[in-house]
Design a protein. Structure first.
Length: 128
């Protein structure tokens, strides 16, 4: 009988990667709002992060189709929640950086849904 302990693998959250048409443009947008530097970059992939912390990746997808939220014809696959101190000031800054405000806002007094330059929905909230 083998009594050697089998080591369990260790898992850690390392990144979320978004498909997009232009990884450099998406990375610039999120780098600006989150203060994350580029830690790896090719023509088709950019990773933002900090040493020892989870990051955000952006992967070029040639036939990328942005989500059509809130229209379900091309569902969102994921979205980021970003905590802010002031919804109005944060929204104004994000719009200046290239975010787009969709016409539908489910609870604008609690959180705002915006679209990044590639069309991915993300939320800003004072609750996060």
């Amino acid at each position: 009988m083998n009594t050697a302990k089998t080591s369990e693998p260790t898992f850690r959250y390392s990144a979320v990667t978004f498909d997009c048409p232009d990884p450099a443009a998406s990375a610039r947008f999120y780098s600006e709002i989150l203060g994350l530097p580029v830690v790896f970059s090719t023509d088709d992939f950019v990773l933002l992060g900090q040493e020892g912390a989870a990051g955000l990746g952006f992967n070029r997808l040639t036939d990328y189709r942005p989500p059509t939220w809130p229209d379900p014809s091309q569902e969102k696959q994921a979205h980021i929640e970003i905590g802010v101190d002031d919804l109005d000031a944060a929204q104004a800054r994000l719009l200046a950086l290239g975010a787009v405000e969709p016409g539908f806002q489910p609870e604008p007094d609690r959180w705002r849904v915006l679209l990044d330059p590639a069309g991915h929905p993300f939320c800003i909230s004072t609750l996060v």
